[in-house]
Write a protein that binds this ligand. Sequence first.
Ligand SMILES: [Zn+2]
Length: 274
Amino acid sequence: MNEEFSLKNPPPSNRQLLTLLAIFVGFITAIIYIIWLLVSNLVWLIPPQIEQQLAAVVTPAYEKLAQPSSAQDSLNQLLDRLETKLPAAKHTKRNYRVLYVPQNTVNALALPGDTIVIYAGLISQVKSENELMMVLGHELGHFANRDHLRGIGQALLLNFALASIFGDSGRLSGIIASAVESVSSAQYSQAQERQADDFGLMLLQATYQHVAGATDFFARLNRQSGMDFAFLASHPSPRNRVDRLNRLIKEHRYQMDKTNPLPTALTNLESLNH
Ligand SMILES: [Zn+2]
C-alpha cells in the first residue's frame, strides 16, 4: 500500500507546494479577519485610561511639531463651538483639542486622546469658517465612531498575533505588520469616511441651522486633483463625497445660507515653509 502510494506520488510537486501555500495564506487571512472583527467590536470597550496610554505614545511626536499660536487658539475656539452640539451619550467626559502644525501638508488627523491634528496646508485650502467646521466635524465623527482606535488596535493586535506565530525575530512578521500598520493607521474604510461625513454635516446643521460650505472643501480639492495631498490619499474621491453630501442635504431638506469668513488668525498664516 505504502509502496504503491509512493510510486504514484513522486516527491512534493509544485501542486502540493501550492496547496500548502494556499492553506497557509488562508490561515493568515482568517487570523487577520478575526482580529478585524474583534477590534471592530471591542473598540467600544476600550477604557479611557487605555486610550490615554496610547495617546501618551502617539501624541508627543505631534506636540513637538505643533505651535502654540493664534491660529491654534482660533481652531480650538471653533472646535469648542462644535463640541457643544455633540450628541451627549457618546462624548461624556471628552475634551477635544486641536494641535496646529505649521507645515504645508494638506491633512487633518484624529489621534487617540481626543486630539485633532490640523496642518497649515489644509487651512490654506479652506476659504470659509463653515467649510473648516465641516472638516473639524468630520474628524469629530471619526472620534464618535472610534475609528481612530480601530486602526491602531488592529495594527497592535496583528503585530501581537504575528509575533506569536512567527516568533519575535520573524522577518516576515515585521514586514506584514508594518505594511498593515501603515494602511490601517492612516486609511479608514469608505464606510467610515461616509459616516464621518454624515456626522460633520449633522454638526454643521446643529451649529448654524444651515449647511452652507458643507461641500466646498471637497469640491475645491476635486478641482485641484493631481496635486499630492495627503488628505486625498487617505480619503475617498472628493467628487463622490460632494455628490453624496448633496444628496443627503436634499434628503434632510437642510437649508443653505451665507458662509462666515474665516477668523483672521487663520487667513494670514505665517511660517508656512517648514
Ligand atoms: Zn476621514
